[in-house]
Design a protein around this ligand. Structure first.
Ligand code: CP
Length: 314
């Protein structure tokens, strides 16, 4: 593929290929072998139209560790503020000959639209409530390393699924790899029609966590709620926040995940989030660098191959 826009169109063997390469980068990073040449001579531009800590930092580190020239655009200080459109901004940057564009945007579909207008590889770093493919891939790598496999697991995705691109990408990926996915939360925060997605739907945490191998918690995304449903944090934690008592309904060796940023005492108990015997939240962050290294490495190989035989470039 030329771009990484979502999990929806990836085949299981492509997911496995990327995770296998990411595994190698985890080992190199742990051995402090942090300089590679996979992206040497290539220019990577990061364009984040929405706030980010983990994704932006890990894409920047990933590019630098692979030898790319990395530029972080300050979108707050860009000419978008003067009325320039997203597409004009993209065309302007395209004229500077970047090779990799990493884009986060608040509108679903904006990154795919931009990808149609540029000559380089585009990586979706999260678009609206649509997809966040590298998050699902880093979650998959974390699960595979913790559980020893990425199939026939029961995964409970809990909380504000309706507004979550992380949930959508994970539902695609976990389904493709033949896992059982259960969405757990209040009806107002589960997407309409979710029962048609090949997942189970449950409105009670204790029931939803039963026999789960993986418990994935999501943040209440108030910025996407348009004031429609703002539960009180105390009431929400009581009913849907993950604590040790609710987790006891999952398997004894169930792992706890959260993509971050997390709100302690809202969707997850802070002590549980810090419990290294159950929580793999810091592992997820570590896997994020390796997965982004692997994704950019593979896209760069395709880009170089396409440029050396331009007739196959699509
Ligand atoms: N998980 C995630 O996308 O975090 P950031 O918003 O900090 O990048």
């Amino acid at each position: 593929a030329r771009h990484l826009l979502g999990i929806e169109h990836l085949a299981p063997n492509e997911i496995t290929l990327l995770l296998d390469l990411a595994d190698r980068y985890v080992d190199l990073n742990r051995r402090d072998v942090k300089h590679d040449t996979a992206l040497t001579g290539l220019t990577q531009i990061n364009m984040f139209f929405e706030a980010s800590t983990r994704t932006q930092a890990s894409f920047e580190l990933a590019g630098k560790r692979l030898g790319a020239d990395v530029m972080n655009m300050n979108m707050q200080g860009s000419s978008l503020k003067k009325g320039e459109t997203l597409i004009d901004t993209a065309m302007t940057l395209n004229a500077m000959h970047p090779d990799l564009l990493v884009v986060r945007h608040p509108s679903s579909g904006a990154v795919a639209l931009l990808a149609q207008k540029v000559n380089c590889a585009v990586l979706n770093a999260g678009d609206g409530r649509h997809e966040h493919p590298t998050q699902a891939l880093l979650d998959a790598l974390t699960i595979r390393r913790a559980k020893g496999r990425l199939h026939r697991l029961t995964v409970a995705i809990c909380g504000d699924v309706a507004h979550s691109r992380v949930a959508r990408s994970n539902i695609w990926l976990l389904g493709k790899m033949e896992n059982r996915v259960r969405l757990v939360g209040p009806p107002t925060l589960l997407p309409a029609g979710a029962a048609d997605w090949g997942v189970e739907v449950c409105y009670d945490m204790r029931e939803g966590l039963r026999d789960a191998d993986v418990v994935m918690m999501l943040r209440l995304q108030r910025e996407r709620m348009d004031g429609a449903f703002i539960p009180s944090e105390r009431e929400y934690f009581h009913r849907f926040g993950l604590d040790a008592e609710k987790l006891a309904h999952a398997k004894d060796d169930a792992i706890v995940m959260h993509p971050g940023p997390m709100n302690r005492g809202v969707e997850i108990d802070g002590t549980l989030a810090d419990d290294i015997n159950r929580s793999v939240i810091q592992d997820q962050v570590e896997m994020g660098v390796a997965v982004r290294m692997a994704a950019m490495d593979l896209l760069a190989r395709n880009l170089r191959a396409a440029r050396s035989s331009p007739e196959v470039m699509v």
